[in-house]
Design a protein around this ligand. Structure first.
Ligand code: GLA
Length: 357
């Protein structure tokens, strides 16, 4: 029996799912209109729905306690429910007539580590709604609605990367996305390589405030430079006149955009890995979104045989690291780095590839 049937006692009218993502390169560039290079991960969020007799909405998320009841004119208090509620409100704003619904969510996307569990929830919710109600939103519109839901209803002033990745990426090739035009294309990973993701076990406690602050600093730097966004700057020499802090923030964004464009044309895993290492240094020194535990885990990864490069991934301030490895070194390198990290007291674990059940 499905989770939906166990909770609501009947089969759902529609079911949909969406993956989490890991970003290989292009961190903190999306809200600067820049370039990103995420790839979907195997873990997914599944949403099932059915029209209810009414009057309101009932939402059950596995592992999140009791079923939550709410009406569209009064948002639910539970944090996870605000993502679903936000998606419903966005669908209504785009013309959907919403009947009362029973909604069930289950997910194996790790939460709070920078693998976009919230985007996976938003995209899966909107896909399920599209199917149930015969709506005509396309995959890009779904990503855009998910982003708006997150900004307006979950209070994170995020860019478009995570929702575009969850809606459009796949697990075998990276998605090169220009976040200004939304032009995109798939890019093969360097031959023989694969993606490894490790959790540092450190909560992303400063993520929301630090994230919004970095975003404001970038906007201020763009204003002082007289450009619409930092995307328009391609030469770091142009940053010379900025105050030191803003110059370093902007230097990260300008150099990171260049690294993404270089990575998609590079010929070897070694070259790609060097760009990841440089990205981590830039995030640590110029953008200041790393923490000592992430630096340690990244250094352990970089020291493993078969690892071409490693960096923190996602917003930073805690969470996960990503590495590009030789495919046949994946398991060994991941376990070796986690073991060493734990010996020094950390609570690390392998997130990708996911352990078999
Ligand atoms: C979070 C945001 C994204 C992006 C990254 C940093 O994941 O949701 O939009 O800004 O941080 O690259």
């Amino acid at each position: 029996m499905s989770g939906f049937e166990q909770v609501f006692g009947a089969a759902p009218g529609a079911q949909a799912d969406a993956p989490g993502r890991v970003n290989l390169l292009g961190e903190h560039t999306d809200y600067n209109d820049g370039f990103v290079l995420p790839i979907a991960i195997a873990q997914r969020t599944r949403v099932a729905m059915r029209r209810a007799a009414g009057p309101g909405f009932a939402l059950h998320a596995q592992g999140q306690g009791d079923t939550v009841s709410f009406e569209l004119d009064s948002p639910p208090a539970q944090h996870f429910a605000s993502y679903v509620y936000g998606c419903l409100m966005l669908a209504r704003r785009h013309g959907a007539q919403l009947p009362p619904l029973q909604i069930h969510v289950e997910s194996d996307v790790p939460m709070g580590v920078g693998l976009s569990s919230s985007a996976a929830l938003e995209v899966a919710t909107l896909r399920c709604l599209r199917q149930l109600l015969g709506l005509t939103f396309d995959d890009v519109q779904i990503a855009q609605m998910g982003q708006r839901a997150e900004i307006e209803f979950a209070g994170v002033n995020c860019g478009i990367m995570d929702q575009m990745a969850s809606s459009l990426a796949d697990t075998t090739r990276a998605l090169l996305l220009d976040t200004r035009s939304l032009e995109r294309r798939f890019v093969d990973l360097p031959a023989g390589s694969a993606v490894l993701v490790l959790d540092s076990g450190m909560p992303r406690s400063l993520a929301a405030s630090g994230y919004n602050q970095r975003r404001a600093e970038c906007e201020e730097a763009a204003r002082l430079l007289g450009v619409r966004s930092l995307r328009e700057v391609t030469d770091v020499a142009a940053l010379r006149g900025l105050p030191d802090l803003l110059r370093r923030r902007a230097r990260h964004v300008v150099s990171e955009n260049a690294r993404v464009l270089q990575a998609v044309n590079c010929s070897s895993a070694g070259e790609f890995g060097q760009l990841m290492n440089a990205s981590h240094a830039s995030l640590r020194d110029d953008y200041e979104v790393s923490i000592p535990e992430l630096d340690r885990l990244v250094a352990l990864l970089q020291a493993q045989e078969g690892v071409h490069g490693a960096r923190l991934t996602g917003a930073g301030f805690g969470g996960a690291c990503v590495a590009l490895c030789d495919a046949d070194a994946l398991q060994r390198a991941g376990l070796a780095a986690v073991t060493k990290y734990r010996e020094a007291g950390g609570r690390g674990r392998v997130l990708v590839p996911p352990l078999p059940d």
